[in-house]
Design a protein around this ligand. Structure first.
Ligand SMILES: [Zn+2]
Length: 268
């Protein structure tokens, strides 16, 4: 049975990729550039999933901020990344170990332990990533599970961090003297089956942040952050990521920024 014209039209309108293009068209019509950035978490070593991620970064000329777990980071990862032009390394906590109590949300960098002890771990991680990755390491902290306690704040700049990345629209640009550049779209259903959330849900988050920026409901200058986890992707998540990179690369009002740009204190 053929669908009625009305139904076809409403289906076309409901296509979330069309809706993304339409939102980007609104940015272009307003003479504005919709900025994005891409963060991928939990890297420690090279492997097929990382190769696939770096392949996409290369194919779409897409810069990626790779959040590396310092304690487990390998020389082999440094060797692998040395050949990739599009990768900036961020610090993903220290060991990605949970120190929250049972029933609490997972946190490595919470206020469960003395701040000076947590700061010592972060300093060791900072030194280790500096030694392994050299100038490819950007002094930006990505707390595991996107959570950080308040007591650690005063230590971060002293360790050498200039940037911090969590999840959700930032309330202000600076926190404890660090530039906050968050992520806003996570296509993995962590609390469900750890599969793909679905195109509708993922793009609703993406388009929602863009629309809120355009309308001034959130900081319009915070780049919309796409968060991925290469070790956890199913095929549907990989497909979404590729289509998303393709959509951004093919729209003149969209610009995917390198991680060093989003954490640049001089960039308003
Ligand atoms: Zn993580």
């Amino acid at each position: 049975m053929l669908a009625s014209p009305t139904l076809s039209a409403s289906r076309a309108h409901a296509d979330p990729w069309t809706a993304l293009d339409a939102e980007l068209d609104r940015w272009r019509a307003a003479g504005r550039t919709a900025t994005f950035w891409w963060r991928d978490d939990d890297a420690t070593a090279p492997g097929p999933a990382l190769d696939r991620l770096l392949g996409l970064a290369s194919r779409y000329d897409a810069p990626v901020g790779l959040a590396v777990i310092p304690k487990d980071a390998t020389e082999a990862l440094a060797d692998r990344l040395a050949a990739s032009a599009n990768v900036g390394v961020l610090q993903h906590g220290w060991a990605h170990a949970n120190h929250a109590g049972p029933g609490e949300k997972k946190m490595e960098l919470g206020d469960h332990r003395p701040a000076s002890l947590v700061a010592d771990e972060l300093r060791a991680g900072f030194d280790r990533l500096s030694a392994l990755f050299g100038s490819r390491f950007l002094p930006a902290l990505v707390p595991p599970w996107n959570r950080i306690g308040s007591a650690l704040g005063p230590h971060l700049a002293e360790i050498g961090f200039a940037g911090l990345s969590l999840f959700g629209a930032r309330a202000q640009r600076l926190r404890d003297g660090l530039v906050l550049a968050n992520t806003h779209v996570d296509p993995i259903a962590w609390r469900d089956d750890r599969g793909f959330t679905g195109t509708n849900a993922a793009l609703a988050a993406l388009i929602g942040h863009l629309s809120d920026r355009r309308g001034g409901l959130v900081d319009p200058d915070e780049a919309t952050g796409l968060l991925t986890h290469h070790l956890a992707h199913d095929e549907a998540t990989w497909s979404f990521l590729e289509r998303c990179l393709e959509a951004l690369a093919s729209h003149s009002a969209a610009r995917l920024l390198p991680a060093d740009t989003v954490f640049d204190a001089a960039d308003p």
